[in-house]
Design a protein around this ligand. Sequence first.
Ligand SMILES: NC(=O)c1ccc[n+]([C@@H]2O[C@H](COP(=O)([O-])OP(=O)(O)OC[C@H]3O[C@@H](n4cnc5c(N)ncnc54)[C@H](OP(=O)(O)O)[C@@H]3O)[C@@H](O)[C@H]2O)c1
Length: 199
Amino acid sequence: MRIGILGTGGMADALGTQWRRAGHEVLAGSRSGGLREAAEFGTDAVLLALPYTAVVDVVAGLEDVLRGRVLIDCTNPVGPGFALLTAGGPAAAERIASVAPAAPVVKAFNLCHVDVWRLTPPVFDGRPLAVPLCGDDEAALTVVRRLVRDLGCEPLNAGGLDRTGLLEATAALLIGLWVGEGADAQAIAPPLEFARPAL
Ligand SMILES: NC(=O)c1ccc[n+]([C@@H]2O[C@H](COP(=O)([O-])OP(=O)(O)OC[C@H]3O[C@@H](n4cnc5c(N)ncnc54)[C@H](OP(=O)(O)O)[C@@H]3O)[C@@H](O)[C@H]2O)c1
């Protein structure tokens, strides 16, 4: 695949390195150069690895080249005090979709710290990391599922774009538990056999 990455920070480096290793062509750009070139390059997918506070304006400015591109949104609209910056309004992914209506958006990779995305592979206690995806476009989801598997992770269907707010709120909750409380947030969920009525 040809993958463009908007941003050249930690998430761009972690995921871009993994996808290059998997055999994909990757071009990243930042505001100091190459942002539009990266958007043009990403004919199969474009990762939005920018702060939430910048991503909507950047995508709006590149809307012409992003038409038809699969946009992978890993942003976390989380501010000081682990507050959800989008509370009461559309999710970050929905705001991105509204300024680039001709580009399918898939929310992914937002739940784990950048260092987790550098692991080869991210497997804990013998279980590959599960990566929930939200999006409305089945072809775009298929692309992102493949990119998740290229990391050694397992994609999970987490619903349509209308559920991205839940994924973003989950990130705010988890980051607050991990960073704010030093809590083992993984322990908040029981194993599947206890999590739903017996079949
Ligand atoms: N770090 C994590 O553990 C983690 C985990 C999951 C999701 N995320 C999310 O992933 C996204 C990227 O995080 P990151 O850790 O990669 O951030 P980062 O290392 O700070 O990199 C951010 C990138 O965005 C660029 N940027 C900043 N402001 C910009 C603007 N106004 N216009 C254009 N470009 C701008 C930066 O360019 P300059 O170098 O020029 O400043 C840099 O290339 C964020 O939304 C974050 O919430 C992060």
